[in-house]
Structure formats: C-alpha cells, structure tokens
Ligand binder design. Structure first.
Ligand SMILES: [Zn+2]
Length: 389
C-alpha cells in the first residue's frame, strides 16, 4: 500500500514568506535558515555579510503541523497546504528546536509591548524544519517584477527609487515625500503592504493612492506595487527589510521619512540616529527625509529642518489622527488631506449617508442641489462651501 504523504498546513503569511524567498526578494536569504545560520543571524544580525533582522525559520504552529515536523527526517517529502489547497512541496533536511521567545523579540526589535506580539508568538511552533521547497503563491511578486523591469526599460531609468507607503490614509506629507523622490529619480516604485487589519482596507488604500498618482503626480514615472504583508514586517527592524526588498526589486535608492515611527529614531548629540545607521551590506542608497509638519506661522508644509519656528507652532501629520477625525464624520482640513480622499473614506465609513444629507445640502444652498450618482461627490461639493466667505 502506498504510504500517504505528510502534510503541513500554512497560512497566507507563511506562504507569502516562502514565495518571497523563492523569488529572491529577500536575497541574500533565498532559502530557509537552519539551526546554525539562524543562530548566526540571531547573534550578529548579519546573513552572508548583509543585515538581516531575524532568523528566517519554518516552524508552523498547530498540533498536527508540529507532530509532522517532529516525525520528519532527512529526505522526507511533505505537501504544503493553504486553505485546503496544495500549494507546494517541501524536502526535509533538518529538524530542530527553536527558542520562540528570542525569535519574536528579534523580529519586533526587542519591543515586547508591540500590539502584534501575541499574534506573532502564536504563529511559531517549538520545532522547525529546514530544507528546499517550491510553492505556488499569488504571483504578486512575479507580476511586480515584470512591471518594474518593463518600466525601467521603457524609461531607460537609471535612478530608481523605492518607498513603502501604507496610505492609511494618504495625506499631503506623503504626497510631498513622493514629490521629493520624483525630483531626484527617473522612476518611483511605491510599495503598498497588503494588510486588511489596518484602519482602511487594502482596496481603499490602493484606490486613494492611485487617485493621487493619476491626478496630481507624473504617473508615467510611477509604479504602484502591492506587497504581501507578513509578520516579518511587523517590528522596528522592518526598515532594514524594506530597504532589502526595494534593492531586490531593482531599486537603486530607498527613501524613508524620519517622521516615520518605523525608524525608531533617537538623538545622539546633535544628530538623529536611526535603525538605518546600522544597516550593512545592502547595496542601495538610503535617503532619510527630515520630518515634515504644518507650520502655523509659515502657513504651509515645512521640513522641521528648515522651519525657524518652534515646535509649538507645528502640527504633525499623523494618519491615525486624520482617521480618527474621519471616523467622527469630520473632513480633515485640506491642508492635511485632499478632499477627494476624505470623500472616498467618508463614503466607505458611512455608506448611504450622503443620500440622507443631500436634502439638507440642497436646503442650505439655493442652486439645484447635488443629486449625484456618486456619493463621494456630495462631500467634495460640501467641502467647496467651506471655502466660501
Ligand atoms: Zn515656520
């Protein structure tokens, strides 16, 4: 009787990580680490001389998965399943025990109060396997690669800049950063992490970014590339991975804002230090933009580096605050967010509300009202009234 093949069940994130490895997006890490290389990365933060924040191991949790792993030996072949569908094969080399706490700590950059701590900790089983594998994922990476390579050829681009943008929601300082990048580079690749657990669903974040790119930026010089979200990108160390991912997609430059909490900045003497200072071996130029704020005296968006006015005159741009306003049904002032973007988000948060308010609106203004097909147009028209004095 034919022996039935062993099966391991993985989730979307694990599949995404395996696909990233397979496609070379995390190079020089192109395969799962074994006990020894994992230990080395844990100790030095380096893999083959290149910064890598944490060991990349395969230790899917769950009673059955862990049983299969424990019973495996060198040379065994295992089927990988995601959502009841076979998505790949795994050829076992070694089975070993891992210190899950150490690993999670490393991924999160030592921050044990991180909101993702428990979720990530639960993902990891006690035993890991190393070995070769092939997987069939969602092919996002292959599609991104094709798009980027094609565009580089079309534009004969030499300087290609990568930026990670959650657009959660997208605001005017984001736009400013994209403009800065476009001024100095031939092509800009905007990576948008595919994550639905944030304030706004991925589709809406993507839609709003596409809108800004199409209407307010030189769209022919921009590629928007969805990036599968994985636990690897949860912690402070994600910036190192972000730079590595950009490099492996063909970017020559990587841009990030010092205003970003991801950089875990601290001040040493008169200079700001970030996690990026320690990065080694990643062949990409890293540009850190100083933080942008709205200055009430200058009456415009300014870099904190060149605005002579004190902090108490500055309003910082924090997507979370703008989202809080929108949740109350308030439109953030246009100096923070474009009215079209606020409209999209309000329509998403309060479906059907514009229809009810339309009567009120037409009562307020004397013209024919704005019975529109698209709800978003209601908010935009209303915001126009705020400017009338
Ligand atoms: Zn100022």
């Amino acid at each position: 009787m034919k022996k039935e093949k062993k099966q391991i069940y993985i989730d979307k994130e694990a599949l995404a990580v395996l696909e990233m490895l397979q496609e070379g997006i995390l190079a020089p890490v192109v395969s799962l680490m074994d006990l020894e290389s994992g230990r080395e990365v844990m100790k030095s933060g380096l893999y083959k001389g290149v910064s890598f924040p944490s060991p990349l191991l395969f230790s899917p949790n769950g009673k059955k998965n862990q049983e299969v792993i424990l019973q495996s030996k060198h040379g065994d072949e295992i089927d990988l399943y995601y959502a009841d569908k076979k998505v790949g094969n795994f050829w076992v080399e070694n089975v070993f025990e891992v210190d899950q706490d150490e690993r999670v700590k490393k991924i999160l950059g030592g921050d044990l109060g991180h909101p993702e701590y428990l979720r990530i900790r639960q993902r990891f089983g006690k035993y890991a396997i190393s070995g070769n594998f092939i997987v069939e994922g969602n092919r996002n990476i292959a599609q991104n690669k094709t798009k980027i390579t094609q565009k580089i050829q079309d534009l004969r681009a030499k300087k290609i800049c990568g930026v990670m943008l959650n657009a959660n929601p997208i605001h005017k300082v984001h736009e400013k950063i994209l403009q800065e990048a476009l001024l100095k580079h031939d092509l800009l690749v905007i990576f948008v992490p595919h994550h639905n657990n944030w304030f706004l669903p991925f589709s809406l974040r993507l839609q709003s970014l596409e809108y800004v790119v199409k209407h307010f930026l030189p769209s022919q010089k921009i590629i928007i590339a969805p990036l599968d979200y994985t636990y690897l990108l949860a912690g402070q160390n994600r910036m190192i991975l972000n730079a590595l991912i950009c490099k492996n997609y063909g970017c020559t430059d990587f841009i990030a804002s010092l205003g970003s909490s991801d950089l875990s900045t601290f001040v040493e003497g008169d200079r700001t230090c970030t996690v990026m200072d320690q990065i080694q071996g990643v062949d990409i130029d890293i540009h850190l933009l100083s933080e942008y704020v709205y200055c009430k005296i200058c009456n415009t968006i300014k870099s904190t580096k060149i605005c002579p006015h004190g902090k108490h005159h500055h309003i910082s741009y924090d997507s979370k605050n703008f989202f809080e306003m929108l949740k109350f049904g308030l439109m953030p002032p246009e100096v923070f967010m474009r009215k079209e973007i606020s409209s999209m988000i309000l329509t998403h948060l309060f479906p059907g509300r514009a229809k009810k308010l339309n009567k009120l609106y037409s009562d307020l203004v004397s013209h024919e009202g704005i019975v529109e097909d698209k709800e978003e147009n209601f908010y935009e028209s209303l915001s126009g009234l705020y400017h009338v004095k």
